[in-house]
Design a protein around this ligand. Structure first.
Ligand SMILES: Nc1ncnc2c1ncn2[C@@H]1O[C@H](COP(=O)(O)OP(=O)(O)OP(=O)(O)O)[C@@H](O)[C@H]1O
Ligand SMILES: [Mg+2]
Length: 248
């Protein structure tokens, strides 16, 4: 298993946001999380990326415990272990979060140089290679404000990819884009799946989920209501409440 989440619970300000969440990802999976607004999808991704702490439950990434349940309380890895575990997982935000004062190239090489300690020349060569894969080789010296939304999102994906994570998480990577640019980013993600990158993706775009994912989780009200292979999911959702959600 590349990711194991077991019995995850989280409350914020006395409100239960995540309720007993359990699921797994195997090597080569592209897992899509769908569900209505406020279901807890982003909070779940933030917990898995250690941007939020959960109250109870276990998160195991590629054999290492980010946190482990002990009598109903999550015990977190030590800060030294945490640095290594955090490198196994990357997150691309909905709104890109690029550094505005850095060029495209600088955005991508910053963490490989300063976090992974990769020599600058090597980090730069790799960044240019990734930009080429993203169809952005001519944009290395541009600043984020000079790019379209789709281009910014592709730079954000390249930046996360440059750290060679075991799992790449994407929070609605296409929702801020118009339909034309959406296809552009969707094809890039499809390419990552073909390269056997393990992908955990939140999306509202069912056509996209159907195209790229092999497993689907439906979340509602802080809970996982359905977890199935793509085929099972699309066969069974016809008569369920998910259809109401999907058709919205
Ligand atoms: N920092 C916070 N403080 C208080 N409540 C929060 C906080 N973060 C999230 N919540 C609440 O947790 C619930 C789940 O939020 P979350 O952002 O995870 O939902 P989501 O499924 O990602 O929704 P969307 O599809 O709109 O992005 C919401 O009710 C939200 O108001
Ligand atoms: Mg969200």
């Amino acid at each position: 298993m590349i990711l194991e989440v077991e019995g995850l619970n989280k409350s914020i300000g006395g409100k239960r946001i995540l309720k007993d969440i359990s699921f797994q990802m195997e090597q080569g999976d592209c897992l899509a999380i769908i569900g209505p607004s406020g279901a807890g999808k982003t909070t779940l991704l933030r917990c898995i990326n250690n941007l939020e702490k959960c109250d109870s439950g276990t998160i195991k990434i590629d054999g290492s415990y980010l946190c482990k349940d002990n009598n109903g309380k999550s015990l977190y890895a030590s800060s030294r272990e945490m640095a290594a575990i955090r490198r196994k997982i990357g997150l691309v935000f909905q709104n890109y979060n690029l550094f505005p004062h850095m060029s495209v190239l600088e955005n991508i090489i910053e963490a490989p140089i300063h976090v992974l300690g990769i020599p600058a020349k090597e980090a730069k060569d790799r960044a240019l290679e990734l930009l080429k894969l993203m169809g952005l080789e001519d944009k290395a010296n541009y600043y984020p404000f000079q790019l379209s939304g789709g281009q910014k999102q592709r730079v954000a994906i390249a930046r996360a990819w440059a750290l060679n994570p075991k799992i790449l998480c994407l929070d609605e990577p296409t929702s801020a884009l118009d339909p034309e640019l959406r296809g552009e980013v969707a094809s890039i993600i499809e390419g990552l799946v073909e390269k056997e990158m393990n992908i955990l993706i939140i999306t509202h775009d069912m056509a996209f989920a159907q195209r790229v994912a092999n497993k689907i989780i439906f979340m509602e009200d802080g809970q996982i209501k359905e977890a199935a292979s793509k085929e099972e999911f699309f066969n069974s959702y016809q008569n369920s409440r998910i259809k109401r959600f999907v058709s919205l």
